[in-house]
Design a protein around this ligand. Structure first.
Ligand SMILES: Cc1cc2nc3c(=O)[nH]c(=O)nc-3n(C[C@H](O)[C@H](O)[C@H](O)COP(=O)(O)OP(=O)(O)OC[C@H]3O[C@@H](n4cnc5c(N)ncnc54)[C@H](O)[C@@H]3O)c2cc1C
Length: 402
């Protein structure tokens, strides 16, 4: 019997597979898409996630590919500088946020999985339902031709994203809160000369954000009036109108509108079935915390599953409650911060002057705190070790986890 079946080969499923593979566990990852993903959605890997990648020996591969963001310059209208966020002041060795497109993150993780003979990833299998008994979980899949497949494992983890069917199978409803803000993002050749620096522009017409992507590419994001399915040249036009900067339209490789939702699952665990990543929480991509929060779920869960496998007689309900409580809290804090960043960034019109004055003051008065905030160093429960320090009430149960 397989130790752990993971549903979904997104970034969280792949990282969890690596963390379990490193412990010698047998893992099967089943992904419904027939092909690997090409979308570059999440680009910011924060220091706690980089530390997890470093433990897997992957930090070099990621830094070779990506762009280390150490400076974020915040501008008002007409490119007037309001202040800077010096991520370089974060504790070394990860004194930066690493920008890497999500599809590359997935590629690097999947390549790394080849090092573990006990881990397999298979494409073209869509999760349908599950059955659990006191000793195992049987999960049922189907391929594009309707052929069924059943897999028995000690544990099942739903890393199957926002529309998770694993979550549905354990009877958890999904009613995300929808926000009015909408955005459009695009990836272009980088002709700015800014190197690996990020630039944010807060103007009365709306926000513009610009991040390096590595390999001579750059991401641009503009706040929009509505969800723009057909964007035309809106992004390039608005960047120029709001900042005076021209971006090379013909080099665009990817463009995507996005809206904002928030939802945190009331439970992350049910018996032998677990949720991690977007299946358990949905938050604004502004602030770049969704994938990083999922990475921390995966790290925590890998320790918990190891403990459950090696100590089958222990009180699994306590551990399940613990995983839900600690990671839910982390998810809530991350989602609230993402909303705060979004609320600050999306003020338009005459109020934007006051916002900019206050922003300039915050950047000046809290030069140490702001980088730690954006680097996600102040999110609670981001690792088991940190949870042990900050949750004395749960210390007793956590003693059993290594
Ligand atoms: C525009 C945008 C920008 C973002 N920027 C950032 C950022 O900078 N930083 C950050 O931290 N986060 C960011 N995010 C969020 C980030 O993309 C997500 O948090 C992350 O992708 C979640 O990973 P996941 O593995 O949980 O889910 P997903 O990436 O959604 O992967 C789930 C996988 O499960 C598969 N699957 C689904 N259903 C089934 C099934 N029934 N059977 C088998 N497989 C199934 C899917 O095909 C998919 O491959 C951004 C998101 C968006 C939309």
């Amino acid at each position: 019997m397989t130790d752990v079946v993971i549903v979904g080969a997104g970034p969280i499923g792949l990282l969890l597979a690596a963390l379990l593979g490193r412990r010698g566990r047998s893992v099967l990852v089943l992904e419904k898409k027939a092909e690997k993903s090409h979308g570059s959605n999440a680009i910011g890997i924060t220091p706690p996630s980089l530390a997890v990648l470093a433990r897997l020996g992957l930090d070099q591969a990621f830094t070779l590919w990506g762009a280390p963001i150490r400076h974020v310059t915040v501008h008002g209208p007409k490119q007037r500088v309001l202040g800077t966020v010096n991520l370089g002041s974060l504790p070394p060795p990860h004194d930066y946020i690493l920008a890497v497109p999500q599809n590359v993150t997935q590629q690097l993780l999947e390549q790394h999985l080849l090092e573990y003979s006990s881990v397999r990833v298979e494409y073209g299998w869509s999760f349908q339902s599950l059955d659990q008994d006191p000793a195992s979980v049987t999960s049922f899949f189907q391929d594009a031709g309707g052929n069924p497949r059943a897999e028995r494992s000690l544990f099942l983890v739903g890393c199957d994203g926002v529309q998770s069917l694993v979550r549905e199978a354990i009877d958890l409803g999904h009613r995300p809160r929808k926000f009015g803000s909408t955005f459009l993002m695009g990836d272009y050749a980088d002709d700015t000369g800014w190197g690996p620096d990020a630039h944010l522009f807060f103007t009365p017409q709306g926000a513009v954000e610009s991040f390096p992507l590595g390999q001579g590419r750059r991401r641009w994001i503009v706040q929009t009036e509505q969800y723009l399915e057909q964007a035309g040249t809106y992004l390039e036009d608005e960047v120029e109108a709001r900042t005076g900067l021209k971006i090379p339209a013909s080099t665009c490789t990817w463009k995507s509108p996005f809206g904002i939702h928030r939802w945190i699952s009331p439970h992350y665990a049910y018996g032998r079935v677990y949720l991690a990543g977007d299946s358990a929480h949905q938050m604004s991509p502004i602030g770049g915390q969704g994938m990083n929060t999922g990475f921390a779920d995966a790290e925590f869960l890998s320790s918990l599953l190891e403990a459950r496998i090696t100590q089958p007689q222990a009180n699994s309900e306590t551990w399940n409650r613990l995983y839900s409580a600690i990671r839910r809290r982390a998810g809530r804090v991350a989602a609230s911060r993402a909303e705060l960043s979004m609320a600050i960034g999306t003020v338009r019109g005459s109020a934007s002057g006051l916002r900019n004055t206050l922003l300039g003051l915050v950047l000046k008065l809290f030069p140490r705190f702001v980088p730690r905030h954006f680097g996600m160093l102040t999110i609670p429960g981001r690792s088991l070790a940190e949870a042990k320090r900050h949750h004395p009430r749960t210390l007793f149960a956590l003693k059993e986890l290594s």
